[in-house]
Design a protein around this ligand. Structure first.
Ligand SMILES: *Cc1c(COP(=O)(O)O)cnc(C)c1O
Length: 436
């Protein structure tokens, strides 16, 4: 790798929709997540061929993002009682429409989630046989006519960009084991429940070959259930380009595979089968950037560290999965015109956060191996922008080290709208009680 390259570096970056970084920092401080609304809408439109795009809101569940995708025709998946409530708070109706607006997908019901789906008539996608019985019993107890249920099947194989994002195979806790599907059909009948859909989601970061294997497994499973089926869901897992040169998936080819599967099933059953897709990361990852400030630069033996005011309390993907995020640096406010700073040498640096935990490093590989990144020379006070931080980023934020949750900003119509205030200290300790 060349080490003597100079680079001119941006005061605004592509994912910030034309906003100057210094202006965003002046208004919102750091660390702050910014989301480019147009990028989310572009990704939604990419998937227009599918009958239903159901957003896996766990990727980024701010009400403003849910509202944005809702206004663009996207339905929503909820994996907890909290996500059901969020969907409703963002304007999704629990019932009505050609396809259910909200579907509860999980491997368990906690008691609150079971109460909510029964109370609001929200359809469920069961990831365990126990959920079938619990739902059947709860609907009977409430004297309600049950809705058709869908089953999430674990086809016995999986794939993901890391062990922790692989959601198929016997090492994964997710879904109903494919060999138990026939038992579940009986179980559903015993509870007077009709199985109207099947769902498979085998992991995030899947390549086309693995995704196409899922079609085959889906078709087999569908024949076990038979003609009560009216929908199939391809799950999520669509990859997002994180590095320069990463290819976008061939969505047309992907759709064609699923469409052919759906059509064969429709012919076999004499039903229309609707085709759902359930992306999380694909819709929001690229839209998001985490803006942080470089607060210290230090040489430790042969390693140079840039230490930020953002840590894994803000963005946990590197420490969780060794995930790679693109990074760029922007000069501190007022320095944009400086010639010295507009052309800087690249150097190998390790980028870390403020937490009292040695794993608090943004440049690490899976297994926790620290690695370096070529970034421009920088000074304390410059900003470091972590890209592709729109999915599984802010939502995994924590208060570790008593750090407040970061602010979130939506860039839309040339304006920057705060969509979550930075948490205050008082909010952070609200609910904590010293016994008298
Ligand atoms: C997490 C999840 C998704 C979304 O996965 P992505 O890799 O973000 O697309 C879809 N469906 C279910 C059931 C999930 O749990």
């Amino acid at each position: 790798m060349p080490t003597d390259t100079t680079t001119s570096f941006p005061t605004q970056i592509d994912s910030l929709a034309g906003h100057a970084i210094a202006d965003l920092v002046a208004e919102f401080g750091t660390p702050t997540f910014c989301y480019d609304a147009d990028k989310i809408v572009e990704r939604v439109n990419d998937l227009a061929a599918f009958d239903v795009v159901r957003y896996a809101q766990k990727a980024a569940s701010n009400l403003a993002i849910l509202d944005l995708v809702r206004r663009h025709g996207v339905l929503v998946d909820a994996v907890s009682a909290g996500e059901i409530r969020r969907a409703m708070a963002a304007g999704y109706q629990p019932t009505g429409g050609e396809h259910p607006p909200i579907v509860y997908t999980a491997d368990i019901f906690d008691r609150e989630a079971l109460e909510l789906v029964v109370e609001h008539g929200i359809p469920i996608n069961c990831g365990s046989p126990d959920m079938i019985d619990q739902y059947g019993e709860a609907m009977k107890a409430a004297d309600k006519t049950p809705l058709g249920i869908t089953l999430r099947i674990n086809p016995g194989f999986g794939h993901g960009h890391s062990q922790k994002t692989n959601t198929g195979g016997e090492q994964s806790k997710h879904g109903i084991w494919h060999e138990q599907l026939a038992d579940c059909v009986t179980r559903a009948a015993e509870n007077d429940l009709i199985i109207t859909g099947l769902h498979m989601h085998i992991g995030s970061g899947t390549d086309m070959e693995h995704l196409s294997q899922v079609c085959g497994a889906m078709e087999q499973a569908a024949h076990v259930v038979g003609p009560t089926l009216t929908s199939i869901s391809a799950g999520g897992g669509l990859p997002t380009p994180y590095r320069d040169g990463d290819q976008r998936v061939d969505l047309a080819a992907y759709f064609d595979l699923w469409d052919a599967t759906r059509n064969r099933l429709a012919t076999a059953f004499g039903n229309h089968i609707s085709l759902e897709i359930e992306p999380g990361r694909y819709l929001t990852a690229e839209s998001g950037s985490l803006i942080a400030e470089i607060r210290a630069i230090k040489q430790m033996g042969s390693n140079l560290y840039y230490l930020l005011d953002a840590g894994f309390n803000d963005l946990a993907r590197p420490i969780l999965y060794g995930a790679y995020h693109p990074m760029s640096i922007c000069p501190a406010a007022g320095d944009e015109g400086s010639e010295i700073k507009s052309e800087r040498k690249l150097q190998d640096v390790i980028v870390g956060g403020p937490l009292c935990e040695s794993g608090d490093i943004f440049t690490q590989e899976e297994g926790g191996f620290v690695c370096s990144r070529q970034l421009p020379e920088a000074a304390v006070g410059d900003y470091l922008i972590i890209g592709c931080a729109g999915a599984y980023s802010s939502v995994m934020g924590s208060n570790y080290n008593s750090k407040p949750l970061a602010a979130e900003v939506l860039l839309q119509d040339s304006k920057a709208h705060v969509i979550r205030q930075r948490q205050t200290f008082e909010e952070m300790i609200a609910g904590e009680i010293i016994p008298k």
